[in-house]
Design a protein around this ligand. Structure first.
Ligand SMILES: [Zn+2]
Length: 342
């Protein structure tokens, strides 16, 4: 057990918790989830993308619904228009205490099938960030596909992209090499990244139709609209979930503004928030998000959004939720961020 987990176990005893939940917090807590689903030993993709198992997610939502005021970015837009002269950090102070936004990255179908019914039972709203190239395409997210390829490749040497990625795969290092391949992809341009994945797909003879699992599927547009009709906000997570910090201006515009237009034409409503895939960005990326007409964007820095002059509404930090996190640490992050979120 890690240091934070041990501390959370000691501090989050019921009487301490009872005291802490009464505190009025003036910061905004934004939770970051990906997939919510059961894990089995033979999970076919990257299990790191499961943020919570359904029973744990239900326990988390139970706690959140009792002690937090859950809103979404449309609500923030309404607050902002009621106080047009206030800067965003000042606006945060006017929100009801203990305000929270629950976000989901990527757009897994389980957000609708598993997470939504649980959230509905507690009357909670949330935000689902979708990467539009994967909607309705009968294909996996590229990182799940890479994970699958790495699992099914036979042991032996793999050489990809003129040997720029060259490793010897065996059954004990598959996970390590999957990570190494992920790091390698970050060194390529966006087109090269797509070519390298295509090469991996080819050598592993991976074929979506011959390996269908019920889990890991991206949402369809019909399902996206269903989420929206249930009160869930839809935001953009680009088109292809590439690394924005290596893209040229034209690619950035297509990923950031193009995905916005595509989502808006599918749901018939404007969208207001954006999530940077893999948390990768530079100032030019942030400027493009702003110019595309978004009003808020979330990054992947593990933190709460404090009402400080430094807080940028286009770089809002989020609290990561992971399956190896105990309920005590989940509560610790929310109730005592100055101790647990560092
Ligand atoms: Zn993502």
């Amino acid at each position: 057990m890690g240091k934070k987990e041990r501390l959370a176990k000691i501090l989050m005893q019921s009487w301490v918790e009872r005291l802490l939940v009464q505190k009025k917090r003036r910061h905004l807590s934004i939770l970051a989830y990906h997939s919510v689903q059961e894990f089995t030993q033979d999970y076919p993709y990257n299990a790191e993308n499961i943020s919570a198992y359904p029973n744990v997610f239900a326990e988390q939502m139970d706690f959140v619904s009792k002690h937090f005021n859950v809103i979404n970015f449309y609500d923030l837009v309404r607050y902002q228009s009621a106080y047009p002269n206030l800067l965003f950090p000042q606006l945060l102070k006017l929100l009801p205490p203990n305000s929270m936004i629950i976000t989901f990255d990527d757009g897994y179908a389980d957000n609708l099938n598993i997470a939504l019914p649980i959230m509905k039972s507690y009357g909670l709203t949330g935000v689902v960030y979708i990467s539009t190239d994967f909607v309705d395409q009968q294909k996996l997210f590229w990182f799940d596909e890479v994970a699958r390829c790495m699992q099914v490749l036979p042991e032996g040497p793999i050489n990809i992209f003129n040997n720029r990625f060259s490793v010897h795969l065996n059954d004990t290092n598959r996970e390590k090499q999957r990570r190494a391949f992920g790091r390698f992809l970050q060194t390529l341009t966006d087109n090269e990244r797509l070519e390298a994945i295509e090469e991996l797909r080819h050598i592993s003879q991976y074929n979506f139709d011959s390996c269908k699992f019920s889990c890991g599927m991206p949402l369809s547009w019909e399902q996206v609209r269903q989420l929206r009709s249930e009160g869930i906000e839809i935001g953009s997570h680009t088109r292809n979930h590439g690394f924005l910090d290596v893209m040229n201006e034209e690619e950035l515009l297509d990923q950031i503004a193009g995905s916005k237009e595509q989502i808006e034409s599918q749901i018939g409503e404007s969208i207001v928030s954006f999530s940077y895939p893999n948390g990768n960005f530079h100032q030019g990326v942030v400027d493009t998000v702003k110019e595309a007409g978004y009003q808020f964007a979330v990054n992947y820095k593990h933190n709460i959004a404090k009402s400080s002059i430094k807080l940028n509404r286009f770089l809002l930090p989020r609290l990561h939720v992971e399956t190896d996190m105990s309920m005590s640490l989940f509560k610790g992050n929310l109730l005592m961020p100055s101790t647990f979120v560092r």
